[in-house]
Structure formats: structure tokens, C-alpha cells
Ligand binder design. Structure first.
Ligand code: AQP
Length: 332
């Protein structure tokens, strides 16, 4: 079976709809056909300041949401990044194979550091994509299911893997991005020119899956639509309506053309009312399942411990090969 690897940050507590539709949903599907490794990336989370108690709890909340979304520990390996020390170890190696200029071209860093200001930006935020390179290469992943915003980091991973292989001999599998066109980028409900994001979106533009279902319904109903009245997918001229159609189609398993037919001659309000109900029907059981996992932290921690053990077996082997290729003297 081909292998996939992906991760999600435990920072915000709740996942947002972009995280779910852009990434997590694919993770659930891929565990059926792939040898799948999924992790909660707490090492990535500390690139910006975190409250320790909150980080610990948010890590459990992230794992609980992944299980609630349908990850099955019998069919995939689910773990916490910091439980596998090889991530930090290989990251150092990758730091030494990456060019400074190459790392400086990462647009996500440029955007985030510009917003934070130089004094508040950590070196960790700068090297974040290189830790991601290590995350992926450790598992010899064939594919990495992510949203569009991560494409550049997967390309960097391929470049670095190729460079290392060329310099030290065939060591790493070159990973391919696995990005579904339809849901690659879910947009902010209030500003459909930007992606839905925990840091850039206004609260009204961001759907958090663990929020009160009523509040979520309200946000859908007050989503920005476009001039005109026709319910039609047209990302360029009707980004607001198109975003709602994407969300609706994905959550219900309907095609966008079918929805367009269904809403022919109807008003935007009808689409929003129905989608609000679709969202409520989705988030209500999701929240309940997440809470059930959180109510039993011992079982949750045991799942994560078993996942870390499985992940470490693979990661340790890759790290040992890497150290050998680099010429590190083996410890006796
Ligand atoms: N709007 C989105 N549409 C599609 N996919 C998205 N992802 C994030 N936003 C969207 C994907 O979710 C996965 C996990 O993301 P992360 O843990 O790296 O979180 P993030 O990218 O930091 O999420 P945000 O909200 O986008 O955070 P900030 O505000 O920090 O930029 C990834 O696969 C990502 O592509």
C-alpha cells in the first residue's frame, strides 16, 4: 500500500471548516487505501506563543476531533508529533540541507511574519517548513493530503529530498501533494477573496466545528453573497455563492451541477437556509462524538501512545539510515 502522511495543528482548539474539508476529510478516505500516518503537530504549534495548559488540552481536543471525524486507529497510525523525537532530530539535518534563500521564498512565512512584525516572529516560524520536510520524509510518504496553502511546502520537500538523494545516495521517497481541486481552498464567509483561516478570518467568517450549532447556522445565514441573484458556480464572479456551493456539495455528497439545478430560480436566502441546516446536521453529532472521546482521556491517551509506538518504528529506521548516509559515527 502506498503511504500517506499529514498533520494538523492543535492551536485553536476547534478545527475550522477549511481544515476539515481541505484536509481531514481526505485523511479519513485515504486510510482505506493507504498506509496512513496522521499526527497532531504540537512542535509546529509552538512557532507562535502557546499557553502550556491550553496546548496540552488542545492536543487532546485535536486528537478527539480526528477520531470523531472518522479516523480509526485500527486502520491508520494516529499520534502526537512530540511523542516521536525523530521529527526534531531529522529537522536539524534538513535545516542543514536547505538553502537560506530557498527557505526565505516560502510565502506562508512571508505573510505571517509580515503580520506579526520582525520582533515577534520566531526563527521557528521561519524553519517551520523545514520541520515539515522532516515530518514527511521520515515516513517515506508517497503522498501528502493537504489544502492548497501547503503546496509550496510539499514542493520544497521534493526539492530537498532530491538534493539529499543526489548528494548521499537514494534515501527518501519523493512525496506528491494530494490536493483535491474542489476543496483545496475553502474561503472566508465574510471575505471570499481570502481563505478561511484561524488567524486571518474574522469570527463571522470562520466556521469552527465545535462552536454552538446555532451560532454556526447564523454565520452561514449571514455569509456574504454576490451581486445578482442567480445561484451558479462561478469562482471568479461569484466567489461567495461558489464557496457556499462547494461546502454544500461536499458535505452532502451532491454534485455542484445538481445543486445548481435544484436551486434554479430560487433566492440566495433559500440556499443559505438549507446549507445552515446541513451544517447543523453535520456539526451536532461531530461535537457529541468529540466530547465522548474527551470524556475518556485515558482511552484517548492510550490510542496516541500506541500510535506513537508504531510511528517511531518507521521514523527511527529512516533517521538511522540518514545518520549513516551523513557519516555520523554510530554510538556503541
Ligand atoms: N481554508 C482552507 N481550505 C482548505 N484547506 C485548508 N487548510 C487550512 N485552511 C484551509 C488545511 O488544513 C490542514 C491543517 O492546517 P494547519 O494545522 O496547518 O492549520 P493552518 O494551515 O495553520 O490553518 P489556518 O487556519 O490556515 O491557520 P493559519 O491561520 O495559521 O494560517 C492543512 O492541510 C491546510 O492546508
Amino acid at each position: 500500500r502506498p503511504r500517506v502522511l499529514s498533520g494538523i495543528q492543535p492551536t485553536a482548539g476547534s478545527f475550522h471548516l477549511g481544515n476539515y474539508l481541505g484536509a481531514v476529510r481526505q485523511w479519513v478516505a485515504l486510510q482505506e487505501s493507504h498506509d496512513a500516518f496522521y499526527m497532531v503537530v504540537d512542535l509546529h504549534a509552538i512557532t507562535v506563543p502557546q499557553d502550556p495548559a491550553e496546548l496540552r488540552q488542545n492536543t487532546r481536543i485535536a486528537a478527539a476531533q480526528l477520531l470523531a471525524a472518522g479516523l480509526d486507529p485500527e486502520r491508520c497510525t494516529l499520534f502526537v508529533q512530540s511523542h516521536v523525537p525523530e521529527h526534531a532530530q531529522l529537522a536539524w539535518v534538513m535545516n542543514c540541507v536547505t538553502g537560506f534563500g530557498e527557505a526565505s521564498r516560502m510565502t506562508q512565512f512571508k505573510d505571517k511574519s509580515a503580520k506579526q512584525g520582525a520582533d515577534r516572529t520566531t526563527v521557528g516560524l521561519f524553519t517551520y517548513p523545514i520541520l515539515q520536510v522532516a515530518d514527511i520524509l521520515l515516513y517515506q510518504a508517497d503522498a501528502v493530503p493537504v489544502g492548497e496553502d501547503q503546496r509550496q511546502h510539499i514542493e520544497l520537500t521534493r526539492d530537498i529530498a532530491e538534493r539529499f538523494n543526489g548528494r548521499y545516495g537514494e534515501t527518501y521517497t519523493l512525496p506528491a501533494p494530494y490536493i483535491l481541486k474542489e476543496t483545496a481552498k475553502i474561503y472566508d464567509l465574510q471575505d471570499p477573496s481570502i481563505k478561511m483561516s484561524k488567524s486571518a478570518s474574522s469570527p463571522k467568517g470562520l466556521i469552527n466545528l465545535l462552536d454552538e450549532p446555532k451560532a454556526t447556522a447564523k454565520k452561514i445565514k449571514s455569509a456574504v453573497t454576490d451581486t445578482g441573484t442567480e445561484i451558479r458556480f462561478d469562482a471568479e464572479n461569484k466567489p461567495g455563492v461558489s464557496n457556499l456551493l462547494t461546502i454544500y456539495a461536499t458535505l452532502t455528497g451532491t454534485s455542484v451541477p445538481d445543486l445548481e439545478r435544484q436551486y434554479e430560480g430560487k433566492m440566495y436566502g433559500a440556499l443559505k437556509t438549507d446549507l445552515a441546516q446541513v451544517m447543523v446536521d453535520f456539526v451536532t453529532p461531530f461535537r457529541d462524538r468529540t466530547q465522548a472521546y474527551l470524556d475518556d482521556p485515558e482511552t484517548l491517551d492510550a490510542v496516541l501512545a500506541k500510535g506513537a509506538e508504531k510511528a517511531r518504528a518507521v521514523a527511527a529506521e529512516t533517521l538511522a539510515t540518514t545518520y549513516d548516509r551523513l557519516g555520523f559515527l554510530p554510538a556503541k
